[in-house]
Write a protein that binds this ligand. Structure first.
Ligand code: UD1
Length: 422
């Protein structure tokens, strides 16, 4: 298995260009199943997760052509075959489950394996299933599969989510756009990826109002047509490079092709820590001097709060602050697996349930560490860049799921980082 070797201590300087958002791209790809015309996605990231979903779409009968040089993906789902997503094509990634709704809408039935994904807590799909049932699907769970049918089609419904779920909101939208009548989603997720999905579906002929707000209203339509759509930029990748620059004294990095307005909670926290953050229309400039960082408490929350997908990176940053900070994780149980690994580099972190107390240390020292999930692994990269000496990170396949050209981008900024093939 590959590992990543970092010799820490360099400052980072220059420009890094952000790709399209993984978390949006995966749902837009699932949405392409809703039309029998071609969907062209540009600004596509080229990641293990998007390649994995491409395999599944091909298995379902879609034609998928990817041009990784131009960042374009074409999906043509005119002739869908048997609506079955087997365990092997679903288990690695939770977002694959979102094909269930579009398959039901197009074919009236589907058999989709229950998903896998990052090991960050139980992560059930009960809200997804309840939403589909509210739309008239009959679903039974059998031997690890959701077997669903809606012989007479799906019908609009009022769905009130008991708590905010990004995946369930997207799944309900994907199923409701072709349902008969009106669907109202209350307590819906408001993430920029939800708005991106609604924008694409509306451009395909759907009638969705209120995306980005608590209540989304969907008037069902008979069919959706093809479209060219540019994937929204990846706010998590943006925030990750921002925190990499902030972790390395004497750094100045401009992050381009991004939408900094999607990350207000992060910028506020970084500014409180003493980092200079300058926002432009499609870029953000991050400046870290040689002074030490101030400790800042954060609590993760649904958008527009502090993103749970940036919590591990922020913890890496706070390990070197001048004092103690408290990091509270409210979205996922068990999302502090990076804490013991950061401690191997010399960080002082105590975890009590959903709260971690991070007491800043004077320096981190390189060590062998292990990636445990996608965002946790990139927090180890950030810590390794800031540490003195060498850090080797194993199990980097987690990183490949969500970060395109990570080593090349960081090398271009001045980091000493390379992949060791095994
Ligand atoms: C998506 C993102 C992930 C991000 C998360 C929260 C993708 C591919 N992944 O994940 O990177 O960290 O949003 O911003 O877009 N839950 C249930 N039952 C359900 C669904 C969710 O109990 O049916 C729980 C989850 O276990 C979690 C919470 O709800 O504790 C929020 O999860 P959700 O917003 O659904 O996250 P994902 O869509 O899985």
């Amino acid at each position: 298995m590959d590992s990543i070797l970092i010799k820490g201590g360099n400052s980072l300087n220059g420009n890094v260009r952000i790709t399209g958002a993984k978390n949006s791209a995966l749902k837009l790809m699932a949405a392409a199943l809703l039309s029998d015309e071609a969907v062209y996605l540009s600004n596509m990231p080229d990641l293990a997760d998007t390649r994995f979903l491409s395999h599944l779409l091909r298995h379902l009968g879609a034609e998928v052509h990817s041009n990784t040089e131009t960042g374009c993906l074409q999906i043509m789902a005119a002739n869908l075959g048997e609506p079955e997503a087997p365990y092997d094509l679903v288990r690695k990634m939770r977002a694959t489950f979102n094909v269930l709704g579009p398959l039901l809408a197009r074919k009236g039935r589907a058999r989709v394996s229950l998903p896998g994904g990052c090991a960050i807590g139980a992560r059930p799909v009960d809200l997804h299933l309840q939403a589909l049932e509210a739309l008239g699907a009959q679903i039974k769970l059998d031997q690890g599969y959701a077997i669903a049918k809606a012989p007479d089609g799906l019908t609009g419904a009022n769905i009130n989510f008991p708590f905010v779920s990004v995946g369930a909101t997207e799944h309900a939208m994907l199923a409701a756009v072709l349902a008969r009548g009106e669907t109202v989603l209350s307590n819906a997720a408001k993430e920029p990826e939800i708005t991106d999905l609604a924008n694409m579906l509306n451009a395909m002929g759907a009638r969705i109002a209120g995306a980005g707000q608590d209540t989304i209203t969907i008037a069902g339509v008979d069919s959706l047509h093809g479209i060219d759509h540019e994937v929204v930029s990846d706010r998590i990748e943006t925030g990750t490079y921002a925190m990499a620059a902030a972790a390395c004294p004497d750094s100045e990095v401009t992050i381009s092709n991004c939408q900094p307005e999607h990350l207000e909670a992060l910028w506020a926290a970084m500014q409180r820590s003493g980092i200079e953050v300058t926002l432009g229309p499609n870029e953000v400039n991050i400046k870290r001097g040689t002074e030490s960082l101030k400790p800042v408490d954060i609590e993760t929350a649904a958008w527009p709060g502090f993103a749970t997908d940036l919590q591990a990176q922020f913890m890496a940053l706070m390990t070197l602050a001048d004092g103690a900070s408290i990091i509270r994780e409210t979205i996922f149980e068990n999302r502090f697996m990076h804490a013991p690994e950061l401690s191997r580099l010399g960080a002082d972190i105590t975890v009590h349930g959903r709260e971690a107390v991070v007491r800043g240390v004077k320096e981190l020292t390189g060590a062998p560490v292990m990636a445990t999930d996608l965002r946790a692994s990139v927090s180890l990269v950030i810590a390794g860049l800031a540490a003195s000496g060498s850090t080797s990170i194993s199990r980097v396949y987690h990183l490949d799921r969500g970060f395109q050209n990570l080593e090349a981008n960081l090398t271009a900024l001045g980091a000493n980082i390379r992949r060791v093939k095994n």
